[in-house]
Design a protein around this ligand. Structure first.
Ligand code: ADP
Length: 604
């Protein structure tokens, strides 16, 4: 138990140290912020001394029976000094507040960019495990927790540290015994701060995870809004969200309870010390051990400390939140992408465009040797050749496609392009050579031509139009009022499933990659249009190696080689005629698709 909290503490210190280092990278701003803090606190600390001095002087003038003019002159001087100290304190406070906040905003900006950059780099295996809603929460709410720490944590800690440090020195100089009484609240407050920080940290951790779940629910609801409406799932969805929100509310109330109780206990500790100063200091004044001015100085100091001590609760909360949020952010930032380039990775040199799978096996879970998604896959494919892959759902067809641009790395065996192992070349050069049209084509909220030129922003209009023509999309685009400049995506013209797939095909054609993979990307396109696309592609297909994954056999019957895959293994391979003659699974599928009634009549 003790070792657990010790390790938590050291982890927390490391996280806060890292945030603090990030803040101190803004040297000039931090120097101004801390300099202004010191100046503001120094001027603030003049105030009790000036007050004490003025009280002592007033008392002396009174005892001496000084004239009105003399008394006014003397007091005006103190009043002027007090006014000057207060104004300067205010100006420096404004400066440190601005600079502290500015550094916090810079740190937030840097972390936001770093997370976004990391999300672009992380491998698919990471995205398979971590929900995007959770990443969104980390990229927004957790950054807020860290950002606030700079001003409400680091700078406020400086204010409090200097106030207490210099104030203690001044008080000890004035009277050591009374100084001990005045500062008697410090150990109590310190103990409360440590205990509550740990509790608050746990509470923040639970709350941030819960908010991640809420973001996830909302994100899924919006993505699947059509399913929700079609199945009248609104009440169920609302209930799910309400339960999640209620849990978040309960956690927030618990945290606020902790924070308020702690703040109150700290304030009480402080007021007890203040009462003791009044009691003991009053007795010492009556006994003549200190002047009335010294007592006034002590009381003024306690009044100055009152505000920062009250804010201590916020300071502790800021530390707790930043530790939790920082840890959640740094866990993402420190994540090493599983798919990485070798330090000596070279550009892929495509001489011919020949793709080879050599005894490729693959499992999604590295340590799980039970579940191989692919086992011993071999094939070779050159330019002008087409490989068809067919098989039941879950057979491993898409997995084969995903290994080629290195979305995942093979578990054993190797994949080469023109003799170069794809793990030895840069990811950018590899992905420039491999065009993959996935099952679900994504459309960005942007103009049609921007969507088409996503992989090759320098493509000219003629090239874009050619790609759309081959994909049988050109005539549709032309009859839109704004043609290629039409806005599509979430807020634009909505495209049908078949149009989206055609757009995805055109997008790949604009990029012109030596290897083209169609991963079930014509399923929503009718057979006639597909035939037209295939004819359009035939003029360029001699330059490309093509892989077609499809359920409809007419999509791949023309292929030079067809693999029938099931359970991650190649069960049958050959041309359509060879497979047909074999009379195996491929033949059964062909018979089913070409004449389903005859097959069911023959069946048992
Ligand atoms: P197909 O394309 O033939 O329908 P897939 O290649 O998508 O099949 O899937 C092959 C197997 O791998 C299936 O059992 C599937 O559940 C599993 N699988 C697919 N994607 C993942 C993933 N990201 N993580 C874990 N398992 C996966």
């Amino acid at each position: 138990m003790a070792t657990k909290s010790a390790s938590q503490l050291s982890r927390g210190v490391k996280v806060l140290g890292r945030v603090t280092r990030m803040a101190f990278r803004h040297r000039a701003r931090m120097a101004v912020a801390i300099g202004a803090t010191l100046a503001a606190v120094t001027f603030q600390l003049f105030i009790p001394q000036l007050l004490g001095g003025s009280v002592d002087q007033a008392y002396e003038l009174f005892q001496r029976g000084a004239g009105v003019d003399e008394a006014r002159r003397a007091l005006m001087l103190y009043a002027g000094l007090l006014f000057g100290a207060s104004v300067l304190r205010g100006l420096f406070t404004m400066l440190h507040n601005y600079q502290g906040e500015a550094v916090g905003q810079h740190v937030g900006y840097e972390l936001r960019l770093a997370i976004y950059r990391k999300v672009q780099e992380l491998s698919f295996s990471y995205h398979d495990r971590v929900h995007s809603g959770d990443l969104v929460t980390r990229g927004m709410l957790d950054i807020e927790g860290v950002r606030l720490f700079v001003n409400t944590g680091i700078i406020r800690l400086c204010v409090l540290g200097v106030l207490l440090g210099v104030g203690s020195y001044l008080m000890v100089q004035a009277n050591a015994l009374l100084a001990v009484v005045a500062l008697s609240f410090v150990p109590f407050v310190g103990w409360r701060a440590i205990v509550t920080r740990l509790r608050l940290r746990k509470s923040w951790h639970r709350l941030q995870s819960r908010l991640g779940v809420l973001t996830r629910i909302m994100e899924e609801n919006l993505a699947g809004i059509r399913v929700v409406r079609a199945f009248s799932g609104e009440d169920y969805e609302l209930g799910k969200f309400e339960r999640g929100s209620r849990r978040a509310l309960r956690l927030t109330l618990h945290r606020i309870g902790l924070q308020v109780r702690n703040g109150t206990a700290m304030s009480y500790g402080f007021f007890v010390a203040m009462g003791l100063v009044l009691l003991i200091g009053g007795r010492m004044t009556l006994a003549g051990a200190i002047t009335i001015g010294v007592l006034a100085e002590f009381l003024a100091f306690m009044l100055i400390l009152q505000m920062p001590v009250r804010q201590l609760g916020l300071l502790v909360n800021s530390f707790a939140r930043a530790t939790t949020s920082g840890e959640r952010i740094f866990t993402v930032l420190d994540q090493e992408p599983e798919i990485r380039e070798r330090p000596d990775a070279k550009e892929l040199v495509v001489t011919e465009g020949r793709l080879r799978f050599e005894s490729v096996s693959f499992a999604y879970e590295k340590d799980d040797d039970r579940e191989h998604a692919l086992e011993n896959i071999d094939f070779e494919l050159g330019p002008g050749e087409t490989l068809g892959i067919v098989g039941p759902p879950g057979a491993g067809k898409s997995t084969i496609a995903h290994l080629i641009p290195r979305f995942y790395d093979v578990t054993s065996g190797r994949i080469t392009i023109d003799g170069q192992d794809i793990r030895d070349v840069t990811l950018r050069s590899l992905r420039r050579a491999v065009g993959l049209i996935p099952q679900d084509s994504f459309i960005f909220t942007s103009r049609l031509d921007n969507n088409l030129a996503y992989g090759n922003p320098w493509a000219d209009q003629a090239h874009i139009e050619w790609a759309a023509e081959v994909s049988q999309l050109h005539s549709y685009i032309q009859q839109l009022p704004e043609g290629y400049r039409t806005l599509v995506g979430e807020r634009g013209v909505s495209l049908s499933g078949g149009q989206r797939q055609r757009l995805a095909i055109a997008r790949m054609l604009v990029q012109q990659t030596p290897i083209m993979i169609f991963d079930d990307s014509t399923a929503a396109i009718d057979a006639g249009t597909e035939q037209q696309i295939r004819e359009g592609l035939s003029s360029i297909s001699h330059r490309h190696a093509t892989i077609i994954i499809a359920h409809r056999l007419s999509s791949l019957m023309h292929a030079d080689e067809i693999l029938f895959v099931d359970d991650g293994r190649v069960l049958e391979r050959g041309t359509h005629d060879e497979l047909y003659a074999q009379g195996g699974r491929y033949r059964a599928l062909y018979d089913l698709q070409s004449n389903p009634e005859a097959v069911s009549a023959d069946g048992p």
